[in-house]
Design a binder for this molecule. Structure first.
Ligand code: PEP
Ligand code: MN
Length: 342
């Protein structure tokens, strides 16, 4: 259950509602929003007690509306917010009616490699530049990213080209430093349940690109988004990026395309797809990117490297500049056909 307080509700009125909830041996969860405060009751409530509790709380001063949410996640749910969340970052809009292409290398490797990647991304018609400065690698002996130096390169190239920039932040301590250098904070698949990181990223009020954990259920994914939303940060983009596969012979992960419409049905947040990590195979990226648009995704994240064979990470799934440009062109055409803006 969620109690939406009126915009003008006073702290005393909010506390009175919280106390009334505690008096019922339940835990109130105060969720500050942009306009008004919502008070959630995360406990599962007995169906029979709901009407009584609804009537009791509706009578308190400052209460706007009492809502019943049947899902574990609340702020991320369609029940809580029927209207889709739509927001714009430097002219790039995320949400229904729009399709955003994020392109760039897995890792930032040098200024020259990144600046060239940015020019290629831009000339292909994409608006968003990806690239990791801090890399979550399975082996500690693999390239870990240029780290702080990488952040500076991203900032410089973003400023030079006007592209929207996104990079991964791996720890809560680094949120402020990363947020100073990029437009969107990426929370990687391996960090999806790093709760202190989700909270800190939420507090930063920067747009968050949240990737689904390889073993996460849809509910776990949306509960991770809930951590960010619960900090009053409403600019969250969900990203399906493949789940643990049954068979690694042909793909690195299993790209769960059905997650796209499932997320759209159950959440109001923008949904994107990453067919690069989703499949791990360059030749599978184009068909899965187009399928993502048809499935309703609001954009794709695609790895492209000026020279995939020389890439310091994820070369086997990176598109060449030519293949990236061809795919971006096809996606832009397909979007036009569907009446979607890019
Ligand atoms: C990435 O986008 O570079 C990345 C590491 O992705 P994921 O967290 O989905 O593995
Ligand atoms: Mn990668």
């Amino acid at each position: 259950m969620i109690i939406l307080m009126k915009a003008e509700a006073t702290p005393e009125q909010i506390e009175a509602v919280c106390q009334a909830i505690r008096d019922q041996s339940l835990e109130p969860l105060v969720m500050p929003g942009q306009g008004s405060v919502a008070i959630g009751i995360p406990n599962s409530l007995d169906q029979r007690n709901r009407p009584q509790l609804d009537a009791l709380l509706s009578a308190y001063d400052g209460v706007g509306r009492v809502m019943h949410v049947s899902r574990a996640y609340k702020l991320a749910s369609r029940e809580f917010q029927r209207e889709p969340t739509v927001f714009t970052i430097k002219g790039a809009t995320f949400g229904p009616g729009y399709f955003q292409i994020m392109g760039g290398p897995c890792s930032v490797e040098s200024y020259d490699q990144y600046r060239l990647s940015a020019d290629l991304v831009k000339s292909a018609g994409a608006r968003i530049l990806r690239g990791g400065a801090f890399k979550p690698r399975t082996s500690p002996y693999s390239f870990q990213g240029l780290q702080e130096e990488g952040l500076k390169i991203i900032k410089q190239v973003g400023d030079e080209t006007g592209l929207v920039t996104i990079t991964e932040v791996m720890s809560s301590e680094m949120v402020d430093a990363v947020a100073e250098h990029v437009d969107i904070l990426q929370i990687g698949a391996r960090s999806m349940q790093n709760f202190p990181l989700l909270i800190e990223a939420g507090r930063s009020q920067k747009p968050i690109f949240l990737k689904r954990g390889p073993s996460a259920t849809i509910d776990e994914f949306l509960l991770a988004a809930e951590y960010v939303l619960n900090q009053g940060n409403k600019n969250v983009i969900l990203c399906e990026r493949g789940i643990v596969p049954l068979d690694r012979t042909y793909t690195r992960n299993t790209f769960d395309i059905s997650a796209i419409p499932v997320l759209l049905e159950n959440s109001h947040l923008p949904v994107m797809a990453d067919p690069s990590h989703g499949t791990g195979v360059a030749k599978l990226v184009a068909p899965m990117a187009k399928a993502s648009m048809i499935a309703g995704a609001h954009g794709v994240m695609i790895e492209m490297h000026p020279n995939p064979k020389a890439a310091l990470s994820d070369g086997s799934q990176a598109l060449t500049p030519e293949r990236f440009a061809a795919l971006a062109g096809e996606l832009i055409e397909l979007a036009k056909f569907l009446g979607i803006q890019t």
